[in-house]
Design a protein around this ligand. Structure first.
Ligand code: ATP
Ligand code: MG
Ligand code: MG
Ligand code: MG
Length: 468
């Protein structure tokens, strides 16, 4: 039964409201008071103090659709059917209230009764030592007992903080979607078994030192990918073909003249643009500005990556603000702030796009100089330090350096480059702890150009969380 992404989000939240949950709006992507986290990457992140008992929640049952960014998945974007850097995580949470019994039964009820997914296609995994969860699935739900699989990595944690064993729900999309390997089964990285929902039984608090401290009260933290559920409900092969992403692909396709579904590499670029356009729009909406460190650097990298993929499709002109329009349409009526801040978002993106085009021209010039020098010296390997300097100081993507070198039968000393990169990461990690938020009440009236050159302003807090 077809269901739009926006309908699906509503259905989920209303279902859990009917089970006594308080519905809250998504928190900002910028974590509040959490130096361990660059950006919110899971629905539970804003609720950490409720899990640990440091703060009292407004209700012991909460449901949200949380905006998430996972830069760790950036290389997967467009290559797997199911990963974006930006996605929404649907979640229901219990803070010392219900535990495994309700979490499992409600998840099953939602999938099989509300969404009417075929029971015989569903699979679940449990942590091998978690007999309790195994029993609930086997005895209280109608899941096929042969579809309950014990998996060692069913233990969820993200840095220090609340964590515990988990139980994941997968849907079998059919053999023809599989990798064909003899041991392809639930948990395989290919597209056959799609992980749609993770139920985490949060019973520990992992300390900074890595100890698992049992929590006084047991909690539930679940996360289901909105785009993945939409791909199932809309019978699409990838998240990118759902109504939550495809309009951006259509836009990029129209601008570049490249038809979707003809060439695999071009499809990857179209998907990257679709994902990155949503990421950058939402990141800026939440108060992040392009910069050379921390979250601002993530934003800059995503934006430049989108432009690079645009160029791979033959787009030489500025095109990103048009992509923002497509994003706005997708989220029509969902994020009010998006409408309010649309001009501001487009201005930030447009300036950064200009800046990157200048960078490309400059970087190209510098690199050509180095290539000429290598030629006269009869050498073919560009020093890693030079590649890194191009990347770090001028924002010239190393992949582009690599590509251009290849065209000249040369290579980049990637090991030396990686070493520089690692040192840079360490510096960034140290800086993250000092990365404090700057509160600016309202950015819309400000001169964005001034704002972008003022290096003391790293990012601006615009969003108020805990609305509702
Ligand atoms: P996968 O194994 O497919 O990478 P995961 O185990 O890393 O997923 P969780 O950390 O369990 O994902 O997050 C909970 C849910 O959020 C997942 O079951 C999935 O539906 C969704 N999700 C996770 N990562 C992404 C992503 N990069 N893009 C879209 N949805 C995602
Ligand atoms: Mg993952
Ligand atoms: Mg997984
Ligand atoms: Mg998971």
């Amino acid at each position: 039964k077809f269901m739009s992404g926006n309908e699906l989000r509503e259905k989920y939240l209303q279902f859990f409201v009917s089970k006594g949950h308080l519905r809250l709006q998504s928190a900002s992507l910028i974590p509040e008071n959490d130096p361990t986290l660059l950006m919110v990457g899971a629905g539970m992140a804003p609720f950490k103090p409720f899990f640990t008992g440091k703060m009292k929640p407004p209700c012991t049952r909460i449901t949200t659709s949380q905006r998430c960014v996972r830069t760790g998945d950036i290389e997967n974007v467009g290559r797997t059917a199911r990963h974006q850097t930006y996605f929404e995580m649907l979640g229901n949470f219990s803070f010392g209230d219900y535990f495994k019994h309700d979490a499992i039964n409600w998840a099953w009820e939602f999938l099989t009764k509300e969404l009417e997914l075929p029971e015989d296609k569903l699979w679940v995994t449990v942590y091998p030592k978690d007999e309790e969860a195994y029993k609930i699935w086997a005895e209280e739900t109608s899941v096929d007992p042969s579809h309950i699989v014990k998996l060692e990595d069913n233990f969820w944690e993200i840095g220090p903080g609340p964590c515990g064993p988990d139980s994941e729900i997968y849907i079998d999309l059919g053999e023809e979607r599989g990798c064909g390997s003899a041991d392809c089964a639930v948990g395989c990285d290919c597209d056959r078994y799609l992980e749609i929902w993770n139920l985490v039984f949060t019973q520990y608090d992992k300390s900074e030192a890595g100890e698992y401290v049992p929590l006084a009260k047991k909690n539930i933290d679940t996360g289901a990918g909105l785009e993945r559920l939409a791909s199932v409900m809309q019978n699409k092969k990838t998240n990118f073909e759902t109504d939550l992403l495809f309009p951006i692909i259509e836009y990029a396709s129209a601008v570049s003249g490249v038809t979707y579904g003809v060439n695999e590499d071009k499809d990857v670029s179209l998907k990257v643009i679709a994902d990155h356009a949503r990421s950058m729009t939402i990141m800026i909406m939440d108060g992040i500005l392009p910069s050379n460190e921390g979250r601002g650097y993530v934003l800059r990298r995503i934006l430049r990556r989108a432009i690079r993929h645009g160029r791979m499709l033959g787009i030489e002109t500025k095109f990103l603000t048009g992509a923002v329009d497509a994003v706005l349409k997708i989220y029509n009526g969902v994020f009010a702030e998006l409408v309010e801040k649309q001009d501001y978002i487009k201005k930030v993106i447009s300036l950064e796009e200009d800046r990157f085009h200048t960078t490309l021209v400059q970087g190209m010039e510098l690199l050509s100089g180095h290539i000429e020098q290598l030629k006269t010296e009869k050498r073919t390997v560009l020093r890693g330090e030079i590649g890194f300097k191009l990347y770090d100081t001028f924002g010239f993507p190393w992949e582009l350096t690599d590509e251009i070198l290849h065209e000249n039968d040369m290579t980049l000393d990637k090991d030396a480059f990686d070493k520089e990169m690692q040192q840079q990461r360490q510096r960034a990690r140290a800086a993250r702890h000092e990365n404090t938020r700057v509160a600016i009440p309202d950015l819309r009236g400000l001169d964005t150009e001034k704002l972008l050159v003022d290096s003391s302003v790293k990012e601006a807090k615009i969003v108020c969380i805990w609305k509702d």
